[in-house]
Design a protein around this ligand. Structure first.
Ligand SMILES: C[S@@+](CC[C@H](N)C(=O)[O-])C[C@H]1O[C@@H](n2cnc3c(N)ncnc32)[C@H](O)[C@@H]1O
Length: 343
């Protein structure tokens, strides 16, 4: 729950244990809004510790040995008694139900629009301006478009709608799926939802076999924004392998998700650990915290070439309260090989 709160607009307060923590989250959400206006991540560096409260956020923050040891100790401590297998299985079996409950409770008020998408991921724009006069036969939804983007784990459309808006003069089609029917319905009911340019549908990307309403090798880009972390770690490799089969050769997966020792991981209590670096929030939704090497291994084993694999270590600052929050996010770009011989 903690992690999602950071990305949602109006945190639910039932399990926030004190007004102090609540105010930190409020501040963190405000920080995220400010992040939206930033030209690109990674531009402001803290060189002098005495200046930490001069700005609201610092990029590429170096962790001291002491800070790292403290983080390792916290994780050792909160992972020391993982929940038993029955409970772990129950959270796995009911994963979709928990996300449905989440969206029933928060509807579309929680996540915020991902306006940083194009600065971080310029690959979302097709290189061709697109042919807007559709005289091609429709073989499947989006088949006549020149560029096809698929967002997995789209939630209520905080990425989909900024994409549709920015790409309105191009021949781009956006597919979007989510585990939660409730979330998918909210996307479909959105006033900007346009069936000519978009298709939202329910799907579980942790399933052993993925079947989507478009053919294999038809996508230019797959977007994964804070979604792989919600899957049971043993199912991640199959998920990436299968997603890869839907990309055109040369197509890309653009990825952003939680990183190891993110503030949210360190805040989990002992009874929330499901396995190594994998936790369940108070609302039953789950989250994994990645390292660069783990992501590299997942994608390269699935036949991708690495174009970016960044650990985005950010220090958010509440200047009024003189509080610091260490966030760790992973950002990656992986390209599907154009043919088997490509290294
Ligand atoms: C942390 S939220 C992120 C939502 C959205 N990508 C964003 O960043 O605003 C994770 C999303 O992944 C979805 N999700 C979780 N497990 C999934 C699965 N197995 N298949 C498809 N979607 C899943 C959830 O329903 C939820 O909408």
């Amino acid at each position: 729950m903690f992690l999602c709160r950071f990305f949602f607009r109006f945190p639910k307060i039932e399990d926030i244990i004190s007004a102090r923590i609540s105010s930190i989250w409020t501040h963190a959400t405000r920080m995220e809004k400010q992040e939206d206006k930033r030209p690109q991540f990674g531009n402001r560096h803290l060189k002098n510790e005495n200046q930490v409260f001069d700005f609201n956020a610092w990029d590429d923050v170096e962790w001291t040995e002491e800070k790292l040891k403290e983080a390792e100790e916290k994780v050792r401590n909160n992972s020391s008694q993982p929940l038993d297998e029955n409970l772990r299985n129950e959270y796995e079996q009911k994963a979709g139900e928990y996300w449905d409950k989440f969206y029933e409770s928060h509807t579309n008020r929680f996540f915020k629009d991902r306006h940083w998408l194009f600065t971080e991921f310029p690959e979302l724009r097709s290189s061709s301006p697109g042919n807007l006069t559709n005289d091609k036969a429709q073989l499947y939804p989006g088949s006549e478009s020149d560029f096809r983007i698929f967002e997995v784990g789209c939630g209520v459309g905080n990425t989909v709608f900024p994409l549709l808006d920015s790409l309105k003069n191009t021949s781009t089609f956006v597919y979007a799926c989510d585990f939660s029917d409730v979330a998918v319905n909210l996307v479909k009911e959105h006033k900007e939802y346009d069936q000519e340019r978009c298709l939202a549908f329910q799907a579980d990307i942790s399933a052993s076999e993925l079947n989507f309403p478009f053919p294999k090798r038809s996508l230019d880009v797959i977007l994964m924004i804070f979604v792989l972390s919600a899957l049971e770690p043993v199912k991640m490799q199959n998920c990436i392998n299968q997603l890869s089969s839907y990309l055109k050769p040369g197509g890309r997966i653009l990825f952003r998700d939680y990183g190891r020792f993110d503030m949210a991981q360190l805040r989990f209590k002992k009874n929330r650990c499901l396995g190594e670096n994998f936790y369940v929030r108070g609302d039953g939704t789950r989250v994994y915290f990645f390292t660069q090497d783990e992501l590299r291994s997942l994608f390269t084993k699935a036949g991708f070439v690495e174009e970016q694999n960044i650990e985005d270590k950010r220090l958010l600052v509440n200047r009024g309260r003189q509080l610091t929050m260490y966030r760790v996010w992973m950002q990656c770009k992986y390209r599907k090989k154009t043919d088997e011989t490509e290294e």
